[in-house]
Design a protein around this ligand. Structure first.
Ligand SMILES: [Zn+2]
Length: 61
């Protein structure tokens, strides 16, 4: 599942969500201010590598 990066237009918070392609624009909320219309940035698969430690517990399959 790809990771999408969003930026909140209201408070400027940037956050990432892992969602299916069909859900990428569905019900996204800013974790900081709960604004419901954060801007979706380009999907950045490189971000997966940068924050890989978050997922390290998953291990290889
Ligand atoms: Zn916000």
């Amino acid at each position: 599942m790809p990771i999408y990066e969003y930026e909140c237009a209201k408070c400027g918070e940037r956050f990432e969500l892992r969602r299916s392609i069909s859900d990428r624009d569905d019900d996204v909320k800013c974790p900081e201010c709960n604004d419901k219309h954060p801007r979706r940035l380009c999907s950045m698969f490189g971000t997966v590598m940068a924050s890989r430690s978050e997922f390290s517990t998953a291990g290889p399959t």
